[in-house]
Design a binder for this molecule. Structure first.
Ligand SMILES: [Zn+2]
Length: 545
């Protein structure tokens, strides 16, 4: 606690000295940056309204915020154009670069998160460009994921994934898996060479040649080459292959076989206990989510985003010498409880504390990057699969091997998707069903079913091709961070009130000012390596302690 207050105090001091010593240019940048902060807030407030969380904020409805957004957008671009092109301090120049990049992504009209305007039917039109085709596919995904027919009723994709961990009867398990067939069909047709997904990947690969792919960005953030990423992903999958018996598994049984822990703990994690367990864990880690003002919208809904995500409502900033905190929000479509869902909720709140811990100027009040963001969120997330955490938070535990198998069964699927996307981007003419069958058969012992596009389980695959690497490679960073925090601070699975302030000070306060590579190099004192993750996976094969 004391360390944390000292850090805030230091920043206040730094801010006032900086203002006193400002050059004329610096003052101009600060003025533009204030407009930028208003603009950024207007954007995140409008997307929050569109997500359905509330209809007005600080006394203004959507129309009023849109007015603010348009004005600030205009004001910002006019003021930026008037700034001289040279002569700024290094930090100001970096801030201007960050604001320019973000501004380019702030579209003139704002659409609801994960439900952009557009029609699913447009995905079959051959004249679509890359952006429009992705938009159409995202609509297809959302519509189908929110409307799955199973046993005479309707459920959503999230519930299908939960049920795949839980259903005891093999035939029902197969049936719920195959209930996703309309979703697969909507994205990849009958897997013909010009199916919507395959056309989109051809454009994604062409775009990657020009601008670099998500995989290239993640490799850069990890401080390695894209070829190294491929090798690491293969090594991780190989470790999983080695600790598992070579018995063929049908795809609808893969999650179930890994999820004994989920079933043993199912009655201890009811839907209504998800939030209390989550909040208590973060409280034990020194982060009071209620006090941080975090907003939640966790129930399923038809027009709602088909996945869990976290975003800003407003961005923290200095106002008259006082820090106005960041307000974050979590959206999820949870109809059921269980360990798989609880782990995801704790992951989302890992994003929350990442955002609320940022203490920096408006230009850098942003995610530190997708790879770091996803990896950090799993630092507390993975605790849910540790017996010590379960004992404390659920009053019941499973064995270490059963728990770790459940966690890494989820992680290696992310790694498999990462390798799948990496290879699709390199050779977009590849048959995705054949490639997915090859990867999952070789490393996960899954029976090949090239007649099914069953890899279409994740929204990211169509929204942002290549994004899955942030989870697959992210796991490498997660294992490194967890190991480092344990060494520096001690075990934290059962809580440690120094955790949040310590991470704020050492890792999170910079926001987007520091890239992942620098952050990781600074805390580890060496480049990132997959060894910590490989050691964790090998724990599954160790004899019980
Ligand atoms: Zn996430």
């Amino acid at each position: 606690m004391t360390k944390y207050l000292a850090c805030v105090f230091l920043l206040v001091c730094f801010a006032s000295t900086a203002i006193a010593g400002m050059t004329a240019d610096s003052r101009q940048v600060a003025e533009v940056e204030n407009i930028y902060a208003d603009l950024n807030d207007a954007f995140s407030i409008i997307t929050t309204i569109d997500s359905g969380l509330f209809t007005s904020y600080r006394g203004k409805d959507r129309a009023a915020w849109e007015q603010v957004y348009r004005e600030k957008r205009k004001e910002f671009s006019e003021r930026m154009a008037k700034l001289p092109s040279l002569g700024f301090s290094e930090n100001d120049a970096k801030a201007l670069g960050a604001m320019r990049t973000r501004f380019a992504a702030l579209s003139e009209t704002i659409s609801a998160p994960f439900s952009p305007g557009g029609k699913c039917q447009d995905a079959s039109r051959k004249d679509q460009d890359y952006a429009s085709l992705r938009t159409a596919l995202l609509v297809c995904f959302t519509e189908n994921a929110n409307n799955v027919s199973f046993e005479g009723g309707k459920i959503n994709r999230q519930s299908v994934l939960d049920l795949l961990h839980e259903i005891e009867e093999p035939e029902r398990r197969k049936a719920v898996f195959l209930a996703l067939a309309p979703l697969w069909q909507a994205i990849n047709g009958n897997n013909e060479p010009d199916s919507p997904y395959r056309r989109m990947m051809a454009m994604a690969a062409a775009d990657a040649v020009k601008h670099g792919s998500e995989v290239d960005a993640a490799a850069r953030d990890a401080g390695v080459k894209t070829a190294d990423v491929e090798q690491w992903l293969e090594q991780i999958l190989e470790a999983w292959r080695q600790v598992n018996r070579d018995e063929p598994i049908e795809p609808w049984n893969f999650s179930y076989l890994g999820a004994e822990a989920d079933r043993l703990l199912a009655t201890a994690i009811q839907r209504e206990s998800l939030q209390p367990v989550n909040q208590r864990f973060y409280q034990d880690l020194g982060a009071d989510l209620q006090q941080l003002g975090t907003l939640y919208d966790l129930d399923p809904g038809l027009g709602k985003a088909p996945l869990a995500y976290t975003d800003f409502v407003t961005h923290g900033r200095m106002v008259d010498g006082n820090w106005q905190p960041t307000i974050a929000r979590v959206s999820a479509p949870y109809a059921r409880g269980g360990l798989f869902v609880l782990n995801e909720l704790v992951h989302e709140n890992g994003h929350v504390v990442n955002l609320t811990a940022i203490r920096n100027r408006p230009a850098f009040l942003d995610w530190p990057g997708d790879l770091f963001g996803e990896a950090f969120a799993d630092v507390p997330g993975w605790s849910t699969y540790e017996p010590a955490w379960q004992r404390r938070c659920l009053g019941r535990e499973t064995s270490e091997q059963v728990s770790l198998r459940a966690l890494y069964a989820v992680v290696v699927l992310d790694v498999a998707w990462s390798l799948f996307e990496l290879r699709m981007l390199h050779a977009p003419g590849t048959d995705p069903n054949v490639l997915w069958s090859e990867i999952t058969n070789r490393y996960l012992h899954i029976v090949p079913h090239p007649e099914l596009s069953w890899w279409v389980l994740r929204e990211q695959l169509v929204d942002t091709p290549g994004y899955m690497v942030n989870y697959g490679l992210g796991a490498v960073l997660t294992a490194e961070m967890r190991q480092h925090i344990r060494e520096a601070l001690g075990p934290f699975d059962t809580g440690d009130p120094r955790w949040y302030p310590w991470l704020g000070e050492h890792l999170l306060r910079y926001g987007s000012e520091r890239d992942s590579r620098t952050l990781m190099q600074d805390i580890l004192g060496r480049p990132v390596s997959p060894q910590a993750l490989l050691n964790q996976i090998h724990r599954i094969a160790l004899p019980p302690k």
